[in-house]
Design a protein around this ligand. Sequence first.
Ligand code: G6P
Length: 362
Amino acid sequence: DASDIEKGTYPHYMLKEIDEQPIVMRKIIREYQDENNELKLDKSIRSAMQKADRIYIIAAGTSYHAGLVGKDFIEKLAKIPTEVHVASEFSYNMPLLSEKPLFVFISQSGETADSRAVLVKIKELGHPALTMTNVPGSTLSREADYTLHLHAGPEIAVASTKAYTAQIAVLAILATDTAKAKGLELEFELMKELAIVANAMEVLTDQKEEMERLAREYLATTRNAFFIGRSGDYNVSLEAALKLKEISYIQAEGFAGGELKHGTIALIEDGTPVIALSTHENVNYSIRGNVQEVVARGANALIISMKGLEEDTDDFVLPSVHDLLTPLTSVIPMQLLAYYAALHRDCDVDKPRNLAKSVTVE
Ligand code: G6P
């Protein structure tokens, strides 16, 4: 059938979609740039961002994790305070809103009922909304004032991969555009940095054999797994754990490195896999300290670090990209680890049990 043709020679949609990430990155660069290589964004979105005194990002699942990364961009580049909320929680426990809020809905499908419930509520209150989605004609896109398209192409596998990196890239574009409109100084050129990211992504998607080996070594038979990181790496560790849970059914959690000693370290036993991310110079020393702490208690640790920060010959080393953009690359080995762990455990990678691609009930 048609879906077989789309999958081409790939055994699973998920693997195909992981591989498409460099292509999507380049597509986003083209779509959001004009002939003069300037950022190209709807003027009404630019002005809505400038008017806002606070951004409220609303999302679920993987899109929520992309939102956590987006908060960093909007606060660090555009200097607007930003909150990120799980849609289903926001509906029941709405925080005190600022005077001029702008709501940003992040949704691959544009159909998530939990997010829509928030959209309906905030429209009743008269607040503006922007939807960032892969499906421009979707409900969340139609009912919001503004839409930003992710340009990731259809995502079929239930576990989201290329939509996550597309969301992060478009959030970076949105934050950078706002910063420029506000006349703020930026010390880097985003589109050039995203092109470097696309190349780095290609290097990483070419390392499937290595990821397969690591998945076998660390995750083939384990009952649980921990991902740790600090700062931007913590955000990615949450997404890494979600990917692994969704498709391999291994109980997995992402933790802030410094928080381990406040409870989680009690779970470390002989052979417990702990996967640590280290892509920021300012946390490299402390995350390695956390690794030593868990190794001393028997953990089977793997460090994924960025070039220039590797200290151990056993590190899996990521190509170097701009410090703010490392979630775009560090997530790829995490996606591949989850994929191969699921394969080793004979799980249905594209259609995991109990999960739906788009959840249209609250
Ligand atoms: C479902 C999917 C997840 C997804 C979440 C949010 O739970 O299984 O992969 O992240 O919904 O979906 P959305 O389409 O709103 O991004």
